[in-house]
Ligand binder design. Structure first.
Ligand code: DQQ
Length: 501
């Protein structure tokens, strides 16, 4: 048997077991069904999102030998509709004695004149350097470039942030074609200054020239948002009449949140005009894809929010967000719409129209509910100070999760204080700002998938959280108002099928 981390027998066996693992884990009450999860064991960042011969390829950071973060490989799945996925063999594994022997970290995939090419982070402590791999067989078998690392050094005259063990924070290359050349950005941080995105140029993906920082943050500033000391998984892309720079904020060994800046890109620099947190909840390290329908899609990693002990004894870890379509609103901030392909999973449907909501009362329609649902609700705020939805509620109310809009404070959050009788799960409240116009109704769209609550409010406030109810009867749903009368204009609830069945 091959050693863990080597490409060999163990890995092949693992891949053959993919369908069996999925079947075996299907009844785990916390394992999401229509949010992508690994066949088993650990998964984190989406990597190398690419459409190839009409199919969507999702690679992901993966530890194939355990449920916690460990030796990083690239897992791989393919789909022709972003909803039904098939597992493919592991695409990349660390190579003993090579510049990625300690891990194949995040990166991207591009079409190099017909050759599919992965640009990834090869880790050999303390180095994190840019490496390449190519495929000539529909993205299944990958061959590493003999000259790896193709970017063998760091930019001169910059004091890059190092971690306590000396590792240099320089990772997650993202590459695009521009003016007949390749451009690449790499996530980093400048010691004592803040997160940084460093820009390179190349004629052939193999010879890179440093062109300067695309943008450097200020870790001491909280305006308009705090962006910490290091930026992971950067991506720059055009949207509407601007460019968007996506980053994931890392600071002091903690993963904070994905954030984005909207501005202009010229002369090798990014000039930010607006900035916001993309999702303050469990979402991290998202990546986008521009598809053949001209859509900019985003998918991120939804982290577990249960105790480390619960994670260590689980046989899988991590889920992907649903694919969201991105656009830019008139305020130059992002708008999020669920990929319409998800509609293929809708099963039974319930609807309520024009129902008054009395202050302090929950409206819990009998017979409506489940643990894999899509919910869409439009509220009239009336005189209420708070309105929201309840999901995963037991008939006796001992477990329930509340999605709350607080009008005065202009925010949405998921109240998880009673989400589970198991109090070891994380109950931190993450708020996302939402100020409604004077006559604007509140519109909530929620994608509930066992332990995932992923939502968008009024197409502009994104929030995902994880919940771990203990009771099988935690399936009721409802709506509520506090502090005054409100109304439900329309509530739609769909039971969602599993794409794996
Ligand atoms: N995860 C990868 C890194 C990246 C981080 C390692 C973000 O490449 O910076 O698994 O979650």
């Amino acid at each position: 048997m091959a050693l863990p981390g080597e490409r060999g027998q163990e890995e092949v066996t693992f891949q053959r077991g993919g369908a069996a693992s999925r079947a075996e884990l299907r009844d785990d009450p916390h394992r999401p069904q229509y949010h992508f999860t690994p066949p088993r064991n650990w998964m984190n960042d989406p990597n190398g999102l690419i459409q190839w011969n009409g199919c969507y390829h999702l690679f992901y950071q993966h530890h194939p030998f355990g449920p916690l973060w460990g030796s990083m490989h690239w897992g791989h799945a393919v789909s022709d509709d972003l909803v039904h996925w098939s597992d493919l063999p592991i695409a990349l594994s660390p190579s003993h004695g090579m510049c990625d022997e300690d891990g194949v970290f995040s990166g991207c995939a591009v079409d190099d004149g017909g050759t599919s090419t992965i640009v990834y982070t090869g880790v050999r402590r303390p180095d994190q350097l840019v490496c390449l791999a190519t495929s000539d067989d529909d993205l299944t078998r990958w061959v590493k470039e003999p000259a790896n690392p193709v970017l063998p050094d760091y930019p001169p005259a910059l004091e890059l942030l190092r971690s306590d063990d000396g590792a240099i924070h320089f990772r997650d290359p993202s590459v695009w074609r521009e003016g007949g050349h390749w451009k690449m950005i790499v996530g980093s941080g400048i010691r004592g200054v803040g997160g940084a995105v460093l820009l390179y140029g190349s004629p052939d993906l193999r010879r890179w020239t440093y062109e300067g920082p695309l943008l450097v943050g200020n870790e001491g500033s909280r305006e308009p948002i705090w962006t910490g000391s290091m930026w992971e998984c950067p991506q720059l892309f055009p949207l509407g009449d601007r460019h968007v720079l996506l980053i994931s904020v890392w600071h002091d060994r903690q993963l904070h949140y994905p954030a984005y800046l909207v501005g202009t890109y010229s002369e090798g620099r990014f000039w930010p005009q607006h900035a916001a947190i993309l999702d303050p909840g469990s979402h991290y390290a998202p990546q986008t894809l521009f598809d053949d329908q001209g859509r900019r899609l985003i998918i991120g990693w939804l982290r577990e929010q249960r105790s480390r002990e619960a994670q260590a004894t689980s046989r899988w870890n991590g889920a992907m967000s649903i694919p969201w379509l991105l656009s830019l609103g008139p305020d130059h901030l992002l708008r999020f719409e669920p990929a319409p392909e998800l509609g293929a999973l809708r099963r039974s449907h319930w609807r309520l129209n024009d129902k008054p909501l009395n202050a302090g009362e929950d409206l819990l329609p009998q017979g409506m509910g489940g643990d894999c649902l899509e919910l869409s609700c439009e509220f009239d705020l009336g005189t209420a100070s708070v309105v929201g939805m309840v999901v995963r509620r037991t008939p006796d109310g001992k477990e329930e999760t509340r999605i709350v809009y607080e009008r005065d404070r202009g925010c949405v959050f998921v109240d998880r204080t009673r989400a589970s009788l198991d109090t070891r799960m994380d109950q931190t409240r993450h708020e996302t700002a939402l100020t409604l116009g004077p006559v604007e109704p509140l519109r909530l769209r929620v994608f509930l998938d066992r332990s995932v609550v992923e939502l968008v409010a009024n197409e502009r406030a994104l929030l995902s959280e994880r919940i771990y109810p203990t009771r099988a009867d935690a399936s009721m749903v409802g709506v509520f108002a506090v502090g005054g009368r409100a109304g439900v204009r329309r509530l739609d609830v769909w039971e969602m099928g599993s794409p794996w069945e």
